[in-house]
Ligand binder design. Sequence first.
Ligand code: SF4
Length: 355
Amino acid sequence: MATIPDAYLSLSDDEARERILKAKEKLGKQLLILGHHYQRPEVVAIADRRGDSFGLSREAAASDARFIVFCGVHFMAESADILTSEKQIVIHPNLNAGCPLADFAPLDQVEPMWERLVDVLGPGRVTPVTYVNSYAELKAFCGRNGGAACTSSNAHKAFQWALERTEKLFFFPDENLGRNTVKRLGRQGLKVAVWDPALPDGGLTVSQMLETDVFLWKGHCHVHTWFRPEHVRKVRELDPQAIVIVHPECHEEVVDLADHAGSTEFILKFVRSAPAGAHIAIGTEVNMVKRLAMEFPDKRIYPLARSLCPNMFKISLQSVAWVLENLGEVNVVKVPEPVRSQARVALDRMLQLAA
Ligand code: SF4
């Protein structure tokens, strides 16, 4: 894995920005820079498009730019590579920017446990669905087993789709998004069980496996589980007019106490349409909240608590300048076959399910 040379690390932000803007001017439409909402403000500022993983996947799929630089975490660049043509080149400014949530569900752990479950249930009774925050191998696994990928924007649609397709569904790798999504479905009587990969048979007995409708792989995002019920209670005490809005990767108790829960795109739309003077406390990654506060100075926007994603933070102006000045030579993300085409099946279903 190539590492960013000292000559780039020592650039000031202004110098790096100037070099990025020069490269953008030279490449014109051949280049598309995508920036996730959780990126640092200075990185979002040089992106051509910003959005959540769902929106940016769509941008990548619709783009005919030759080079796509994905400022986000690694699985996002993988998804962009899978959704673009063979001729397009996807580049990630820092290959060390992974996602600890995705790390919870490596395929070599998932596959034997899935086989055990199918042995118990019999074939064709469970559909695998993976959150897009997962490795390409897990998406490929879902694709080849009749399943789908989803984002926090369309998880409820993916769950409905899966439960219509088979009696049961297995969701990876975020237990909290899974719980919050089941609740959002509003279907009475759905039996939910957590599958703990650290335990034999996920910690379930055969009869528990047979009676469960929704299996949730035990994994979480440390950025969103940082928010606690006490944070919501404190905000309510100090700022009674505040509206609390959180991401559905937060604990169920936090989502229950909040006024609203939704994807980053949902949060953005909510803030945009709130009246001037509104007080909004937001439970998601702090860089996004800080940016919203700057962009909507007529509203009082602040973090529910300060929680930063250190992996998103690994992308800097310096790393973007480096990959742009060595275009196609460093940090190219190429998902090999057959993983690519199998994962594409799961991602295409995700795009079809819409938000
Ligand atoms: S915020 Fe959470 S899910 Fe998103 S990249 Fe960071 S660790 Fe992964």
